[in-house]
Design a protein around this ligand. Structure first.
Ligand SMILES: [Zn+2]
Ligand SMILES: [Zn+2]
Length: 195
């Protein structure tokens, strides 16, 4: 399952790609970048030279959208049967002593299993550093008065031009993923969490 999150405000795909590269391109992982400008992909994969654990890779697709970026994190791919978690369970059944030699693999694979979570943490800290988040930014978040079509600032409860109440037309976003949702929606169409 691909998870897409939207960050609103002054942030570019480059900001995210740069920080992901700085954070992950060392130790057990290597980072490759694809694309340019408004459309980047960053692949984080275990190094082939790594001595323990299975091989895995995860790709983040980062795109410029109106007033911000969207980040889609695809499924983490495990290469071959190597996922030592499964192998270890099998060999432990047959020969309990065999598990000793695989503890190192296990430790590495448990670390790799948390890769997606770590990637989101880096992305969120970049977004915060740039002063952005899942809330609509002030620039985009204009409420158009349904009576006189004047643009009002977000959270204005009355139209500056005609004084009509605006509570019903305030734009809002999903607090989990930043997707712009409509009034009356109770579940986010993007991440399916309750609003
Ligand atoms: Zn008005
Ligand atoms: Zn959502």
């Amino acid at each position: 399952m691909t998870i897409t999150r939207i960050f609103h405000g002054a942030i570019t795909p480059e900001d995210i790609a740069r920080d992901l590269t700085a954070y992950f391109n060392r130790g057990n992982y290597q980072v490759q970048r694809f694309g340019q400008g408004d459309n980047l992909a960053v692949q984080i994969a275990t190094r082939q030279s790594r001595s323990a654990g299975g091989h895995t890779a995860l790709t983040a697709n980062i795109q410029k959208v109106a007033d911000g970026i969207s980040v889609a994190l695809g499924n983490q791919v495990w290469f071959g049967l190597a996922a030592s978690l499964g192998m270890t369970a099998l060999s432990a059944l047959r020969n309990p002593l065999s598990i000793l030699g695989r503890l190192d693999d296990l430790a590495q694979d448990v670390e790799s299993a948390q890769l997606a979570e770590n990637v989101w943490q880096v992305i969120e800290s970049t977004a915060q550093k740039q002063g952005t988040g899942v809330m609509l930014s002030e620039r985009l978040a204009r409420t158009v008065c349904p009576y006189c079509l004047t643009a009002n600032v977000i959270a204005a409860d009355r139209c500056v031009a005609c004084g009509a109440p605006l509570g019903e037309v305030q734009p809002r976003t999903c607090g989990h993923c930043g997707f712009v949702v409509r009034m009356g929606e109770t579940t986010c169409p993007n991440c399916h969490q309750a609003l």
